[in-house]
Design a protein around this ligand. Sequence first.
Ligand code: SAH
Length: 213
Amino acid sequence: MRDTLKHQGLRNRLVNTLINKGIKNEGVLTAIKKIPRHLFMDSSFEDFAYQDKAFPIAANQTISQPYTVAFQSELLEVKPTANILEIGTGSGYQTAVLLELGAKVYSIERQKELYRKTSSFLPKLGYKPKSLIFGDGYKGMEEKAPFDGIIVTAGAPFVPKPLLSQLKVGGRLVIPVGEEKQIMTLFIRKSEKEFEKHEFGDFRFVPMLKEKN
Ligand code: SAH
């Protein structure tokens, strides 16, 4: 598959949809305008790639809805060269958005199939995360902590403690919390011991799971 003018046109439309839904961050909008989302999906879904919808990828997982990716990325307030940890690499689309924002990205995926696929796919598009790990996101990545931002892209039944403790003071954790549906939640670390918590609307994610596959 290639990226064509037609795809570019569909992306411009998608960006307008996101603006109408309230996304303002220029960097995030520019990233979405640039990244060929159709290449992150199974070729049979190519026609749906620029609708604002989640879609199936391998291993029973989904590529998040563009609005959700944009909303989470905006909440993260990524600064260039920031150290960002992502939980749930999946297709790598959110990873690509973070890289376009200039972040150094570390990402963890618990499905080996996706980990393998995305590890070889991202560099082909010129995207080079600092590291992609096959592992358990509940533990975070202690060896690379502290992070300026942590983004969880699966529904977390609770807020894993290691993720809070691996934030820098001033750092932000964006995590959808809940079982059936999730409340998008932002934690800002105010000091060693204090966290500010903000809640946004309801979202739906595939569940964050414990065991590796
Ligand atoms: N950011 C991805 C979203 C994929 S869906 C994208 O844009 O494509 C969520 C991903 O989280 C899935 O790939 C799933 O396998 C992964 N996941 C679920 N539980 C996890 C865990 N405990 N640790 C790391 N990844 C996990």
